[in-house]
Design a protein around this ligand. Structure first.
Ligand code: BGC
Length: 530
């Protein structure tokens, strides 16, 4: 069977209500949490290329760079110390996401976001004012903690707030903000690099305070999700909130399901011990493999090192920054494609199409570079040839921007039952951060050793992940988040991990008690696709 899922998820159960202005604004504000992550991804690569910054904090690296007369294009920028500085943030984020899990569950999603924004703000101030390496590193650790908290809470918040049939669209606001943050950072670096007096890097680092202030102030005004309010024992407020975000008084069904999910989740006191249980194996597998695969697409080679990469393949330093800006723009605009299609085409189609597109482009780019630089790394690109390389890199970035980019955050945030949702999201963030770190750390050395083969290496991984999605990821579009277990239960492979008695679709409020899987699954397969 080619498709992963046998259940018809074209039309999930539908609750009454519409997309209200209130929920839309709430989601836009929450999504700005993605700005801090994006700004940081975009800013570090450029700053670490600035001479005054290097001279002040990494004089050794600066001297080495000045002395380096090597003409081997593949090995020009290999410096571990510098990449350690860049990637230290991701390790801090990794650790923080586990604390964030607890805050998100016990105090609510909103406070996790506020905590993330505030910590990031302090980190930005420390970095902008840094006098020594200690301040610099301390600042980066605080930024990392901020990212860990925001990435843990924002995607879950968005998925819980959104009506099921628009969940993809609203959740992808987070990824959109990531791409805007990256682009803004690239533009700012472009400007500050030109400041002759040598303090441009301070401006770049300090401006991280702007996105931090946005999410900090924004989160003060955000309401918490009905799911979290019920989980923390505020049923009346939860009902009020549900009425407000759905724009209708007819919330009985949805509220009933949320209460039932919460009742079930109360039976689970230790999410971390429970998440390894057999019945959660499908979700746990996805929480680990999706972020792992997302990073193995090789996207951050472009995001972190675009200027370096473009210089490596023969652009001058100004031209390479321009090309990096172009990929940044493609990244933002292509994200809209997923925003407008994810709830119609579904997650699987985007994953499969984006994956195929990335494989083809990586093979073409690797081959184009191989033809010019071979294995020696010596050679020169003509303008037209270089433009061709940039074109295929852009098509690759577009493929990522409407598949693994947004879906890498959306899918893990919507597949967990309430009782393990926070824990599952922490695993997602931690794995993502670990491999972001690993790739940032390894890329320059890999380019030096694997040469053009690096592009084939990532193409191979994208082939593996695309096959994995086609076999093992069921379609989740339009399925209410608290009913997701049915999707796993009806999957040809994952179904056997979930016993019939593990499937409860709540009707606690309506007095019907739990609906048994047979009944619920039939109900689901009978639904007409839209
Ligand atoms: C990824 C980042 C990546 C960004 C690019 C995000 O979804 O998690 O690692 O840099 O997309 O837009």
């Amino acid at each position: 069977m080619a498709g992963g899922a046998i259940v018809n998820t074209g039309g999930g159960k539908e609750y009454p209500g519409k997309l209200t202005l209130f929920v839309f604004i709430t989601c836009v504000v929450a999504a700005t949490g993605g700005l801090i992550f994006g700004y940081d991804i975009g800013i570090s690569g450029g700053v670490t290329l600035m001479d005054p910054f290097l001279r002040k904090f990494f004089p050794e690296v600066f001297r080495k760079k000045e002395d380096d007369k090597s003409t081997n294009q593949y090995c020009k920028f290999d410096s571990q110390l510098l990449t350690t500085f860049t990637s230290s943030l991701y390790l801090a984020a990794l650790v923080a996401s586990f604390f964030a899990s607890w805050v998100t569950r016990v105090f609510g999603r909103k406070w996790s976001m506020l905590g993330g924004g505030l910590t990031f703000l302090v980190g930005a101030a420390l970095n902008g004012a840094a006098q020594n390496i200690l301040m610099l590193i301390l600042g980066r650790i605080l930024l990392g903690i901020g990212v860990g908290f925001a990435n843990q809470s924002v995607p879950v918040y968005l998925s819980e707030m959104a009506p099921a049939k628009l969940r993809g669209m609203l959740n992808i606001g987070f990824q959109l903000m990531i791409t805007v943050g990256i682009l803004a950072a690239n533009l700012i670096n472009y400007g500050t690099d030109k400041i002759k007096a040598g303090w441009g890097w301070r401006v770049s680092l300090a401006l991280a305070a702007v996105p931090a202030a946005i999410i900090t102030v924004g989160s003060v005004f955000l309401p918490d999700t009905p799911n979290s309010l019920i989980e923390r024992g505020y049923p009346e407020e939860a009902q009020r909130m549900l009425r407000r975000i759905r724009g209708t008084d007819d919330i009985h069904d949805e509220y009933g399901d949320l209460v039932a999910a919460s009742e079930e989740s109360k039976l689970v006191r230790y999410p971390w011990a429970n998440i390894v249980k057999r019945k959660y194996r499908p979700q746990l597998t996805m929480a680990i493999l999706i972020p792992f695969f997302q990073q193995l697409t090789g996207i951050n080679v472009i995001m972190f090192y675009a200027p370096v990469l473009f210089q490596t393949i023969g652009f001058g330093s100004n031209a390479s920054l321009m090309s990096a800006l172009i990929t940044g723009l493609v990244n933002v605009f292509a994200t809209f494609v997923s925003i407008f299609t994810v709830d119609k085409l579904g997650r699987r189609k985007l994953f499969l199409e984006g994956g195929a597109q990335m494989i083809v482009c990586q093979i073409i780019v690797g081959t184009l570079i191989a033809i010019k630089f071979g294995t020696s790394g010596e050679g020169h690109l003509s303008k037209a040839y270089a433009a061709f390389v940039v074109l295929f890199i852009c098509i690759y970035v577009a493929g990522f921007a409407w598949s693994w980019g947004p879906l890498g955050w959306l899918v893990p945030s919507e597949i967990f039952p309430l009782e393990i949702r926070s824990a599952g999201q922490s695993i997602n963030v931690a794995v993502n951060m670990f491999f972001t770190f690993a790739i940032a750390q390894a890329f320059l050395a890999m380019l030096c050793h694997m040469k053009f083969g690096l592009f084939y290496f990532f193409a191979g991984w994208v082939l593996i992940m695309t096959t994995f999605i086609s076999l093992f990821l069921p379609e989740t579009k339009n399925v209410p988040i608290e009913e997701m277990v049915l999707v796993w239960k009806s999957h040809w492979f994952w179904g056997k991990f979930i016993a019939d008695e593990d499937v409860h679709v709540g009707k606690a409020e309506t007095g019907k008690g739990f609906v048994h899987v047979g009944e619920a699954a039939t109900e689901m397969t009978n639904r007409k696709p839209k």
